[in-house]
Design a protein around this ligand. Structure first.
Ligand SMILES: [Zn+2]
Length: 473
């Protein structure tokens, strides 16, 4: 079949088959898929059954990691008034001593490097409060300021605990991880926007003292990545398309990343159903434990070290059900940017390449020098003509208890599906190299160029042995 016929077949089936949204409904009905929960296992079974029913032979590539379970958390203002605040621990955070931790609050805005630097002398012994916003910092070069960097800085500068306030109203704490595959050093809780605002108000009048008691548990969990392949003409030229199936423990993770899983399943079904002979082998990978800092994808890259040369492109689908035009973060690979812009032009989409975020399941592939593109919202025209809105500086409903099925509009999902389907088809039918695999020295240069050295060292990333040696912790 010609490319255009395949396009029509894929896009037609994505829309008329109506299965992407159905898959998402079914996934959300299983409850949370947080690592170490029963829902994680149920979702694995669900994906294995689906892939098998498409005539594929899925396998579970197992790994063992440090899982985490919340038990309780209690945050009280002791002065200027006595009041209990809503709080939930960040994933991976340790317990406090039973009697709790008491201390004065220090508010450091969005927790950017300059906020931390400016107040460096005041941090030791204090409980640091930051917002959840990830602004493209004033840093040069600009880069997103991630929660794990804020946590890392709070630890490095001697804070006794971290309070992470949601930057969006609605009395919703926004959870997230603290470290990769190791327990955090200091307790950390998320509080709703409104509780953070209240603390800020008291801080304008004088010191604010709080007590935090938190109890959490870490344990070893055996889980895995699910992998299924459609063999192409060239067995040694592989396009990996992946997304994580886990989510946090407070929601069914509809936007993050149920939508990506539903879409991956549907692409696997349709690409297989068409029975076309693609040039490259297509490998679908459903990663586990992304929400504990890209653990499953790191194990995947570590395990497949010897065949990474064969992976011509990695396409990541994460958070793809959100409103707004779609583009691809090409992770500082200039030849992948050229490839994406060429494709966008051919398809008539107005894509702009955003600043690389170096986050989620894309990062392990980047560290290993594999050409990577990660679907992202913003910086693009919508193919359905609606106004582009939002950016990934703000998670919206993601990581809150409100990341539920009703937050995903089918047409947003279809828009992502069409773009992902066309991108995958083009990569799979591409003859020869798509972009250059980077050497260790070239990876280091990309990371240095984007100011990632400092970020990775505060994050103590990676703990799983991949990428240039000096970055390992
Ligand atoms: Zn995600």
């Amino acid at each position: 079949m010609e490319l255009y016929e395949l396009d029509r077949a894929i896009v037609g089936e994505l829309i008329l088959g109506k299965k992407v949204y159905e898959r998402l409904q079914e996934l959300c009905a299983l409850g949370t898929r947080f690592a170490g929960t029963a829902g994680e296992k149920l979702s694995q079974e669900y994906m294995m059954n689906e892939l098998t029913s498409y005539g594929l032979k899925p396998r579970l590539e197992e790994f063992e990691h440090l899982a985490w379970q919340r038990q309780s958390s209690q945050l009280e203002i002791l002065s200027p008034i006595a009041k209990e605040l809503m709080s939930v621990s960040l994933a991976g955070a340790p317990s406090t001593p039973t009697e709790g931790i008491e201390g004065e609050i220090l508010f450091l805005g969005d927790g950017t490097p300059s906020e931390f630097e400016a107040h460096k002398e005041l941090i030791k012994g204090r409980i640091v409060l930051v917002t959840s916003l990830s602004p493209q910092c004033e840093c040069s070069p600009p880069r997103q300021c991630h929660r794990r960097t804020k946590y890392g800085r709070a630890v490095a500068y001697g804070a006794t605990a971290l309070l992470f306030m949601n930057n969006q109203p609605g009395m919703l704490p926004q959870v997230g991880s603290t470290r990769q595959n190791r327990e955090g050093e200091i307790p950390a809780v998320s509080i709703p926007f409104e509780e953070g605002k209240l603390l800020q108000h008291y801080l304008t009048q004088g010191p604010v003292k709080v007590r935090l008691q938190a109890s959490n548990r870490s344990f070893l969990n055996r889980t895995g990545n699910i992998v299924a392949e459609i063999h192409g003409r060239k067995a040694d030229e592989v396009v990996v398309i992946g997304g994580h199936y886990d989510c946090h423990d407070n929601s069914p993770g509809a936007t993050d990343n149920g939508a990506g899983v539903a879409l991956l399943l549907e692409l696997a079904r349709i690409m297989r159903m068409l029975g076309a002979e693609y040039e490259k082998t297509i490998r679908f990978v459903f990663f586990g434990v992304e929400e504990m800092a890209a653990v499953g994808s790191s194990f995947y890259v570590a395990r497949h070290q010897d065949e990474l040369e064969r992976i011509h492109l990695f396409i990541n689908l994460d958070g793809v059900g959100k409103r707004g035009g779609k583009t691809f973060d090409t992770q500082g690979f200039d030849d992948v940017s050229e490839y994406v812009l060429g494709m966008a032009e051919q398809l008539g989409y107005g894509m702009k390449i955003p600043q690389p975020a170096f986050s989620g399941d894309a990062l392990p592939f980047v560290l290993a020098g594999v050409p990577t593109m990660a679907m992202k919202r913003g910086g693009a025209d919508s193919i359905f003509g609606h106004e582009p809105s939002g950016s990934d500086e703000d998670r919206g409903w993601g990581h809150t208890a409100a990341d539920t099925l009703d937050k995903v509009q089918p047409f947003d999902l279809y828009e992502s599906a069409i773009i992902a389907g066309q991108a995958l088809l083009r990569a799979a039918t591409h003859t020869g190299a798509i972009a250059k695999r980077r050497s260790e020295a070239e990876v280091k240069a990309i990371l240095a160029q984007h100011g990632m050295n400092e970020v990775l060292s505060f994050m103590k990333w990676p703990t799983i042995p991949i990428g240039p040696k000096e970055y390992r912790h």
